[in-house]
Design a protein. Structure first.
Length: 110
């Protein structure tokens, strides 16, 4: 199943403007065929969060990107839950990667 098809099957569906931002963040990966989309979703979320941190984006204008990053992480964890035997390890790895973004930002500012 393509990532686009997988996202189409999620309920409830996100509002159209959020779905469009998610699609933009995923780019050509929307058409990737894979049994496990978690990594693609997580990489897209990391990219959005890294860009927000790099730009010190704290205004209302950043809200859609922040919501899209949150949705991508949520979807990544939903995808991870489809392989329950691997969920604890992969979820811990995902959380570590997300937390590392803040550390990267702090280290870059020193």
């Amino acid at each position: 199943m393509t990532l686009e098809g997988w996202l189409d099957a999620r309920r409830p569906a996100p509002p159209p403007v959020l779905r469009a931002r998610i699609e933009t963040a995923l780019g050509a990966h929307m058409h990737d065929e894979a049994a496990d989309h978690a990594e693609t979703l997580l990489v897209a979320a990391e990219s959005l969060v890294r860009a927000l941190l790099d730009e010190n984006a704290t205004s209302r204008g950043s809200a859609l990107d922040l919501l899209a990053a949150d949705a991508l992480v949520t979807y990544a964890f939903e995808a991870l839950s489809e392989q329950p035997a691997h969920l604890p390890r992969r979820a811990a790895e995902a959380m570590t990667r997300i937390a590392a973004l803040a550390h990267e930002q702090t280290s870059a500012g020193e």
